[in-house]
Design a protein around this ligand. Structure first.
Ligand code: SF4
Length: 433
């Protein structure tokens, strides 16, 4: 597999690009950022080669800048809202953020004093973008935070869901190390609902618990032949490729072999990730089959453009209506139907990328946490993010609020404020009783 695709600025290039910024009084870039990153301020520091100051300003709003700089949809967010975008000359904010965060990591500077953990104890279940954001924010505010992660490595979807060529695992590890240096403790290979319950955590003295467990159960489609082993879920395929790349799984277990013909149903970022990853695993042909038109796809335009450039074919307004199994784990063909056409497509593997819903491990082992009809955890606005069980909070995909990594972070930042307010209020009440 090839390594990371996007190139980095040299020091001189980064400063030159930063010096193009107009430092607008009402900056569109900041408005376009879901976490209101103080973009003009850190770009100003960068333009004067004050890298440490630039990093400190970024850190104040984001726990995962090296991740955001690589996977955010900048063209729809900060860069798309830059005043210079109208002339097609938007400041390359994502690339500058990548430069600052990578430069900082390589230099190994520490910019923050770690506060004493005296305000309370918080357990975070899940170490994806929401869990890491909660942990970073609360740790900076003087809470003792412990993260419980079911996988052998932390990172959740960042580690096991986004391919190496878009987000190198090393970058995720670096960001996690930064959060560890804030005093956060990680418990790995520890599954909620199996190794411990929410009640166990309260019994251990945690003041609040955050569920950032994401959506681990992929949706399926009701198509004849869907249960054939040649049909697999995109998130499981991407996870297997990630494990293969880290040496924890053999090549044979990665379900797409050299020369395979592969189709992916769906057209979000996960579908494009799966299609491009299948090509990198040696697939001879990869098609994306989507039941709507191109302007309805959820994927980022830049990701779509890259997929087209690499040779992925797109079948719009089309659906798979039948699946014919072949020998062993392989398929023989699928029937592809559009409004005015229907044909047999020879195929070895079909990958589903049509969304996912939360697993019920925590909810089924804990009393009092209500979910909606689809299994998403219900939360309230005050304190923000608290579930129907007192002291238990939820955020990120498990609540169905966010759509991307940075939206999960935005939601988690609000929940972190809710948790801090809740613990402070409980402790105040206890002190006056
Ligand atoms: Fe700089 Fe563009 Fe933001 Fe204005 S909108 S401050 S030019 S990055």
């Amino acid at each position: 597999m090839e390594k990371e695709e996007s190139e980095n600025y040299t020091l001189a290039e980064a400063i030159k690009e930063a010096q193009r910024c107009l430092h607008c009084k009402v900056p569109g870039c900041k408005k376009g950022c879901p976490i209101s990153n103080d973009i003009p301020d850190w770009i100003a520091e960068l333009s004067k080669a004050n890298f440490g100051n630039a990093m400190s300003i970024i850190n104040a709003k984001s726990n995962l800048p090296a991740v955001c700089s690589r996977v955010c949809g900048h063209e729809r967010q900060c860069e798309g809202s830059c005043v210079l975008a109208k002339k097609g000359e938007a400041i390359r904010i994502g690339k500058l953020e990548k430069f600052v965060s990578d430069f900082d990591s390589e230099a190994g500077w520490r910019h923050e004093a770690i506060p004493e953990k005296s305000r309370g104890r918080v357990a975070v279940i899940g170490s994806g973008p929401a869990g890491l954001t909660i942990a970073g924010d609360l740790s900076r505010q003087g809470f003792a935070v412990e993260i419980f992660e079911m996988e052998a490595e932390a990172g959740g979807v960042l580690k096991y869901g986004i391919p190496e060529y878009r987000l190198p695992k090393e970058v995720v590890r670096r960001e996690i190390n930064k959060i560890e240096r804030l005093g956060v403790t990680f418990h790995l290979s520890t599954t909620a609902g199996k190794d411990f319950t929410v009640d166990d955590l309260f019994a251990q003295g945690f003041d609040a618990i955050f569920m950032g467990t994401g959506t681990g159960v992929p949706k399926r489609l009701d198509i004849p032949g869907i249960d054939h082993p040649g049909v697999r879920q995109a998130i499981r395929f991407l996870r297997r490729v990630g494990l293969y790349e880290s040496g924890s799984m053999s090549r044979d277990e990665v379900m797409v072999a050299e020369g395979d013909k592969v189709a992916v149903i769906g057209c979000g970022n996960t579908a494009i990730d799966a299609a491009r990853t299948a090509l990198r695993m040696g697939a001879s042909e990869v098609s994306i089959i989507y039941h709507r038109d191109i302007d309805k796809m959820a994927a980022l335009r830049a990701e779509y453009d890259e997929a087209v450039r690499e040779g992925v074919k797109f079948l719009w307004n089309s659906s798979v209506t039948n699946i014919v199994g072949g020998e062993g784990q392989r398929l023989k063909s699928v029937t592809v139907t559009s409004e005015d056409n229907s044909f047999e497509m020879p195929l070895d593997r079909l990958i589903l990328a049509v969304g996912s819903v939360p697993a019920s491990r925590i909810v089924s082992t804990t009393k009092g946490i209500e979910v909606d009809a689809k299994g998403y955890v219900l939360t309230r606005d005050y304190p923000y993010g608290m579930t129907t069980r007192k002291g238990v909070f939820a955020g990120g995909d498990v609540t169905n609020h966010p759509a991307t990594v940075v939206h999960a972070m935005h939601d988690a930042k609000l929940v972190a404020e809710g948790i801090a307010k809740y613990i402070d209020a409980v402790k105040l009440m206890q002190s006056i009783q």
